[in-house]
Design a protein around this ligand. Structure first.
Ligand code: NAP
Length: 241
């Protein structure tokens, strides 16, 4: 019997954890749709480095029509979609809760929660085999004095996984979470603290922050056949944080 080709959509695939995941997925034989919001050149560069037939697709995950287009394009160009990595996430300037602006609050909730739900909905409707939601260790740490609202959206992600694993399991769709600790990516520059992974390295019991590839390995494993009985799990990749 011929094995079905894996076609996986990775949101936020143009850099950081998403880009590392695209690379590892392609190594494992997946065709990859690299979702990106603004940086076309970065997304193109990721695609150019992949050894399987893959494409870059612009998407704003907070917009349902744009999300539908992403899935339609991926299906048309690469074939039946078998997996989703819900990874595109944002923070906002780190600081005390009392200083948080309504605009930043709404944007973080929009991308980190609404965006994940919209993408998971498309994936479920099209009968993928697996979804991995990229959460954060912040969900259980709470991120006091930095971004409690961000941590709260990640806790919501964890609950989304539990509910979807139980709702979609009977349809043969596995849903799991990966929860990174502090990882060396551009995310920290985006919240105004580019040196955060070095400065807070000692917070981890392993004395260092993580690399995007170390998170990608967990994501790729959860998407694959080796994890065929893993559903509703939350795999923490945080060095023990
Ligand atoms: P990153 O380097 O900042 O990359 C974020 C990605 O998300 C970019 O590709 C960006 O696209 C995309 N994106 C942002 N808003 C979007 C939107 N509205 N629609 C579509 N794409 C959008 O982030 P990262 O560090 O790799 O983080 C990836 C995931 O891991 C996030 O969910 C984050 O919360 C989580 N995480 C990260 C860490 C960490 O320490 N880095 C720790 C725990 C959890 P453009 O570049 O085109 O804007």
């Amino acid at each position: 019997m011929q094995r079905m080709t894996s076609v996986t959509i990775v949101t936020g695939g143009s850099r950081g954890i998403g880009a590392a995941t695209c690379r590892l997925l392609a190594k494992a034989g997946h065709r990859v749709a690299v979702g990106y919001r603004s940086d076309h050149a970065a997304a193109r560069a990721v695609v150019a480095g992949l050894e399987t037939e893959s494409i870059a697709v612009r998407v704003d995950t907070t917009d349902s029509a744009s999300v539908r287009d992403l899935f339609d394009t991926a299906e048309r160009e690469l074939g039946r979609i078998t997996g989703l990595v819900n990874n595109a996430g944002v923070g906002s300037p780190a600081g005390p809760f009392t200083e948080l602006s309504e605009q930043d609050l709404r944007h973080v909730v929009d991308v980190n929660l609404i965006g994940y739900v919209l993408c998971a909905q498309q994936a479920a409707r099209r009968g993928v085999a697996a979804i991995v939601n990229v959460s954060s260790a912040a969900a259980t740490l709470g991120s006091p004095n930095e971004y409690v609202h961000y941590a709260a959206t990640k806790a919501a992600t964890d609950t989304l996984t539990v509910g979807l694993a139980r709702e979609l399991g009977p349809r043969g769709i596995r849903v799991n979470t990966v929860s990174p600790g502090i990882i060396h990516t551009g995310f920290h520059a985006g919240i105004g603290d580019p040196d955060r992974p070095n400065r807070l390295a000692s917070r981890s019991p392993m004395g260092r922050s993580g690399r995007p590839e170390e998170v990608a390995a967990a994501i790729v494993w959860l998407l694959g056949d080796e994890a065929s009985y893993v559903n509703g799990a939350n795999l923490r990749v945080s060095g023990g944080l």
